[in-house]
Design a protein around this ligand. Structure first.
Ligand SMILES: Cc1cc2nc3c(=O)[nH]c(=O)nc-3n(C[C@H](O)[C@H](O)[C@H](O)COP(=O)(O)O)c2cc1C
Length: 192
């Protein structure tokens, strides 16, 4: 399948997802000899536009994992501001090396529901924003090598594809269970 452009799309409050998505999108664009554009919807003013894609676009869509899911406050933006219209997509999550739990499958399903066709997916560990002692220095040199190989393989896969495949298989619960709800020491629901 001939792709004519790669988009790197992300929400990234502390920059991990931005770095990973940008590297993957750049790698795919270079390998496929097409242009690459970044669409960063981290700031509220960048969440007003609705982006519409076409079947010859490949969208690398990245989100961080919060409490095992994609950030709940950002879910409406992911659902409403990006219209696949048949574009190929690669859901990517970064997580603080605890677990990505249902984050990746939630992102995959949301993109599929918005008219994207997911062809590859990945979860990459990155320094946890809660503490520099959790996953320090990640992605590290080894991770960047894996990230770059992933981009090359994804570009090859898109290039060799003759028809739209089934949604990419990822680990996680489908349907998703309820959100994690922190409890106070009393065992009651904690209010924020
Ligand atoms: C509120 C919150 C919840 C998080 N929950 C998880 C989690 O469940 N599992 C995990 O491995 N990392 C978790 N993390 C860490 C982030 O997923 C990780 O640091 C991510 O790379 C941050 O991406 P960003 O730099 O693009 O914002 C959490 C971070 C925050 C702020």
């Amino acid at each position: 399948m001939k792709i004519t452009g790669v988009k790197g799309v992300f929400y990234s409050a502390t920059g991990n997802t931005e770095r990973v998505v940008t590297a993957i999108a750049r790698g795919i664009a270079d390998k496929s000899w097409v242009s690459m554009e970044i669409q960063d919807f981290t700031l509220p003013e960048n969440r007003t536009a609705v982006h519409t894609y076409s079947p010859s676009d490949l969208v690398v869509f990245g989100m961080p994992v919060y409490a095992g899911r994609i950030p709940n406050k950002m879910l409406p933006a992911v659902q409403n501001n990006f219209k696949g219209e048949g574009a190929l997509a690669i859901p990517v999550v970064t997580f603080g090396n605890r677990n990505f739990d249902n984050g990746l499958i939630e992102l995959r399903n949301t993109l599929e529901s918005s008219g994207f066709h997911t062809i590859a997916a990945a979860g990459f560990p990155a320094c946890h924003v809660f503490s520099h002692k959790i996953a320090p220095g990640r992605p590290d040199e080894k991770d960047w090598k894996i990230i770059s190989e992933f981009a090359e393989k994804a570009a090859d896969k898109a290039d060799r594809m003759e028809r739209i495949p089934e949604p990419v298989a990822v680990r996680g619960d489908d349907p998703l269970g309820p959100y994690y709800t922190p409890l106070a020491q009393t065992g009651n629901l904690r209010s924020f």
